[in-house]
Design a protein around this ligand. Structure first.
Ligand code: FES
Length: 106
């Protein structure tokens, strides 16, 4: 299997976002990844959804690994920035980050 450079997980549940906006973000993410050329090759990104990330407020929640960055209150406009600036450009959209998973030290 060709490796992925990153994994994006979107919560599509109804507690962090009562309107379940994560569902439309999940669909939008596919088109943004295609537009930015992130579906194939060395920089390709895996997209996934989950019914809950255990946060359950301030959503929709979007998580990006391997950085372990958790974004909250993600709008379609913010998702586009995450794709262009973070997934493609490698620069985290810091002002939208509310949590980080500590990375193991080597
Ligand atoms: S429903 Fe989205 S974090 Fe729990």
């Amino acid at each position: 299997m060709e490796p992925y450079s990153r994994h994006v997980i979107i919560c599509t549940g109804g507690y962090c976002s009562p309107e379940r906006l994560g569902r439309s973000l999940y669909t939008l993410l596919a088109s943004l990844l295609q537009r930015e050329g992130l579906l194939f090759g060395a920089g390709r990104v895996k997209r996934g959804e989950t019914p809950c990330l255990g946060v359950c407020e301030g959503g929709p929640i979007v998580v990006v690994y391997p950085e372990g960055v958790w974004y909250g209150g993600v709008t379609p406009q913010l998702l586009e920035r995450i794709v262009v600036e973070h997934l493609k450009g490698g620069k985290v959209v810091e002002e939208a980050v509310f949590h980080r998973i500590d990375q193991p030290r080597e």
